[in-house]
Write a protein that binds this ligand. Structure first.
Ligand SMILES: *Cc1c(COP(=O)(O)O)cnc(C)c1O
Length: 225
């Protein structure tokens, strides 16, 4: 199956209101061009310099999503053009995104990453930390960032019940934030969850954005999250 056929297959299997981010990290420009020529324009990357290179080389109407852990000192590479930063996990990072956004006269849309997996290594807030951050004056002064939802990664396991309960947790966190601080904010709408192995479960649990890489582009060459 070609890349475009794989994309069509995912699109056919998800509801219309769920957005597919085609995760092209580690893949060459040609793979993205192939998907683009097939009509798809929404891609996700997780290395700032690699993303900047692809942005510069490829069509300017591509919608680029930054999906991985973002180091503060690398925000500058993507601030000019990134459509959505999926994994914001600290005030330090938010402040830098704000600074770089204002430099480019932009407001950058972001998702708050929640730690829902059992694995220690995954980044993200828990609910009380996020509430505290959102209620701080420091946060309220950030005019260059706009929080439009939440994001999380489930544990990498074959145990579907566990994956499902982690996604449920993320959706619950979203609902709590929506009911509290974001209740008058009509663009706080996104729950980014689900990858190649678990996006069907994520959609059943309320995902609005799935980030699918290897199912579309094939296995990546080196171990990378
Ligand atoms: C790599 C990656 C994906 C895509 O993973 P696949 O299993 O290849 O679909 C999704 N989300 C994040 C944050 C990633 O780093």
């Amino acid at each position: 199956m070609s890349i475009s056929q794989n994309i069509d297959q995912v699109l056919k299997s998800i509801p219309e209101n769920v957005k597919l981010i085609a995760v092209s990290k580690t893949k060459p420009n040609e793979a993205i061009v192939e998907a683009y020529e097939g009509g798809y324009k929404i891609f996700g990357e997780n290395k700032p310099q690699e993303l900047k290179g692809k942005f510069e080389a490829l069509a300017k109407d591509i919608e680029w999503h930054f999906i991985g852990h973002l180091q503060t000192n690398k925000v500058k590479y993507i601030a000019e053009f990134v459509h959505l930063i999926h994994a914001v996990d600290s005030m330090k990072l938010l402040k830098e995104i704000n600074k770089q956004a204002l430099k480019h006269s932009r407001v950058i849309n972001c998702l708050l990453q929640f730690h829902i997996a059992q694995e220690e290594s995954k980044f993200g807030y828990d609910l009380s930390e996020a509430e505290e951050m959102l209620n701080s004056d420091e946060f309220k002064n950030l005019e260059g960032v706009n929080i439009v939802g939440v994001m999380g990664m489930a544990t990498f396991t074959d145990n579907h019940d566990q994956v499902r309960s982690e996604f449920k947790q993320l959706k619950t966190n979203f609902d709590v934030l929506k009911a509290e601080g974001f209740k008058d904010k009509s663009d706080f709408t996104e729950v980014s969850m689900g990858m190649s192995g678990d996006y069907q479960i994520a959609i059943e649990e309320g995902s609005t954005m799935v980030r699918v890489g290897s199912f579309i582009f094939g296995a990546r060459n080196y171990a990378q999250k």
